[in-house]
Design a protein around this ligand. Structure first.
Ligand code: GUN
Length: 283
């Protein structure tokens, strides 16, 4: 079998157009969605991500505010800046780019963001709402995976989904979203014994481990749907996922590539969450 390649870039573009239309509608009602992004220190990768988020805001007609703080900023100073943003009516979404310097308590920072402006979906209140199936901000990467599948016409109900990776940002919430949509979910991770025994059971295999080419053809059942969340660099410095694309794409029915797979969806869902927050602020 040769897999159909799920074009994340194209799907993201379509979604962004829909969001831009909604932004226009909100603006005509006097509300411009606004996202505040806080960048602490000078991590190169973080700066690139933040710049992309700002650019996308502008493309879609939203306001974006970048707040840069030096590496040595105190936790108190960061928390008081977040508190100001929590009360700023022009700001509908607050995102603190992670990772933070070691002297700052990440959990405390995440919990200081108003759950109503937590467009990352990282606040424990929003995670609890997600787990209980309530309306909330869903974490952007897992949400993006669900939208990719929906747009491709793939139903999740009753399918066996195996998630490899259990991070708070991707693996854990991805499994929960699949469960919410009536899939049967297995979580695997670095201490799972006989990983292949599990992954070969998957109708949908989600790879979120952060190791280049970790998932090979012998991890995958013939005809499985393979979602690659990895963003790695191989020995040659080339961008690659967690899945050995060339061999796995000969066995899977659908596969997401890296780049242009899950990646473009993450930022799109961040824009969606910011729009949602702005829309809810007038209701
Ligand atoms: N660092 C890497 N990914 C993310 C993300 O999705 N949100 C935030 N805030 N920081 C990140």
């Amino acid at each position: 079998m040769t897999a159909v390649i799920i074009n994340g870039k194209e799907i993201a573009e379509k979604k962004k157009q829909e969001i831009a239309e909604e932004v226009k509608r909100l603006k005509s009602q006097g509300v411009t969605p606004g996202l505040a992004v806080i960048l602490v220190g000078n991590n190169h990768a973080s700066r690139t991500y933040v710049t992309n988020k700002q650019k996308t805001c502008q493309e879609l007609g939203m306001n974006s505010v970048l707040i840069e703080m030096p590496e040595e900023v105190s936790e108190d100073e960061l928390l008081s800046r977040i508190e100001e943003l929590n009360h700023d009516p022009q700001i509908h979404g607050i995102l603190v780019q992670l990772p933070l310097p070691a002297h700052i308590n990440e959990t405390k920072v995440i919990e200081s963001i108003s759950p109503n402006k937590d467009v990352d979906g990282f606040h424990p209140i929003n995670i609890g709402r997600m787990m209980t199936g309530q309306n909330t901000f869903l974490p952007c990467t897992p949400y993006g995976i669900m939208v990719l599948l929906e747009e491709t016409g793939i139903s999740v109900e009753g399918k066996h989904v195996v998630v490899v990776g259990r991070s708070n940002i991707v693996g854990k919430p991805a499994g929960q979203l699949f469960l919410n949509q009536h899939a049967t979910v297995t979580y695997c991770h670095s201490r799972t014994k006989d990983l292949k025994v599990h992954t070969k059971q998957a109708d949908i295999l989600v790879a979120a481990v952060g190791i280049p080419n970790f998932i090979t053809a012998d991890h995958v059942k013939e005809g499985a749907i393979v979602i690659d969340v990895g963003i790695n660099r191989n020995e040659a410095g080339k961008l690659c996922g967690d899945v050995a694309f060339d061999e796995v794409s000969k066995k899977a029915s659908y596969i997401t590539p890296v780049p242009k797979g899950v990646g473009p969806m993450t930022i799109t869902m961040l824009m969606y969450n910011t729009l949602k927050s702005a829309a809810e602020s007038i209701n």
